[in-house]
Ligand binder design. Structure first.
Ligand code: NAD
Length: 303
């Protein structure tokens, strides 16, 4: 089986450097027409330049592909809409959106300015919301869409100095979960990529021998897995250094405590049973949790 993106129109945000650049080149190599979006700022989000995105476009065209660059700042909805309008004018559809643009403003929470917290949320979370909003109705009308969020182990599990980044990255999982429910009947699949790779974001964090294993290409293989015709839906795919894994949120089956006994003391008393992972499940909608608790209560009352 060969995965082709022939004729597909793909928008990749933050595609001037690192992972986004690698995704854009790989999509183009497999036949996609690619919008290379990048603001062209520094790792902390300061500055702007069209140079990085233009270089990626030149590379794609030199290899016989089709691409154009757009310098929209993903935090600016009007600029994002302009990028999507230009894409529609040129190519008439949008099949794939990879929300990849990102910055870092790391500091321990007590030292972090709220402005740095908000900016990181704005770029990662609202940037992905803006781009998704701009393509959503187009994808609905086409009855086809593939969207990838770029999350992180920092959001899924935490990382010292990254409360802002972690909150934004986990917010993207919540965003994905509901988009999946709303986009299902329109053949829109939404997935999340949790990468770890050697880019300017990580170059000073790990020693060289480890970084050498953590190629962008190893992550791009995962990114393309999440956005082709037969892509999964609602999958968090973790990739790095040639390792691939799926992350999930599971909930234990839990317990029921009768009305008169609903006290914190009794919750603690039953801790072992309520945290027992036997029969834990990944629930497919928030309502499933309410359903489970009501069923438990009803069956206890009937007995
Ligand atoms: P990178 O810094 O090399 O690339 C990020 C790109 O996003 C840059 O080219 C930058 O100019 C662009 N960008 C930043 N703000 C933008 C904005 N407002 N509008 C448009 N473009 C903007 O970093 P990377 O490592 O390639 O990161 C790509 C994505 O992967 C990010 O979302 C990052 O959080 C995520 N990620 C990376 C790693 C890793 O190990 N490298 C780990 C987890 C998650």
């Amino acid at each position: 089986m060969t995965i082709s993106f022939d004729g597909k129109v793909c928008v990749v945000t933050g595609a001037g450097n690192g992972l986004g650049r690698c995704h854009a080149l790989a999509l183009a190599e497999r036949g996609a027409k690619v919008v290379v979006n990048d603001l062209g700022g520094a790792r902390d989000g300061t500055g702007a330049s069209s140079e990085a995105a233009d270089t990626v476009v030149d590379e794609i065209i030199k290899n016989g592909g089709e691409a154009f660059s757009h310098g929209a700042n993903v935090t600016n909805y009007e600029e994002v809409v302009d990028m999507i309008k230009q894409t529609m004018k040129r190519w008439g559809r949008i099949d794939v959106l990879i929300n990849n643009a990102g910055i870092l403003r790391d500091k321990s929470f007590s030292k972090m300015e709220l402005s740095d917290f908000k900016l990181v949320l704005d770029v990662h979370l609202m940037g992905s919301v803006n781009c998704t909003k701009a393509v959503w109705d187009i994808m609905k009308e086409q009855n086809y869409g593939r969207i990838v969020m770029t999350t992180s182990s920092s959001g899924l599990y935490g990382n010292f100095g990254q409360t802002n980044y972690g909150a934004a990255k986990m917010g993207l999982i919540g965003f994905m979960n509901t988009l999946v429910l709303e986009g299902g009947k329109y053949n829109i699949h939404v997935n999340a990529l949790s990468p770890t790779a050697n880019t300017r974001m990580t170059e000073d964090l790990l020693p060289a021998p480890m970084l050498d294993l953590m190629t962008a290409e190893s992550v791009t293989a995962g990114a393309l897995t999440l956005c082709h015709d037969n892509a999964p839906n609602r999958t968090i795919l973790c990739c790095g250094a040639g390792g691939y894994a799926k992350a999930s949120i599971y909930e234990t089956d839990g317990i029921f405590i009768s009305k008169k006994e609903q006290t914190p003391e009794n919750v603690i008393e039953n801790w072992e049973a309520l945290t027992d992972p036997t029969n834990h499940k990944a629930l497919e909608a928030g309502g499933k949790q309410t359903e489970k608790f009501i069923m438990k209560a009803m069956s206890a009352l009937q007995n």
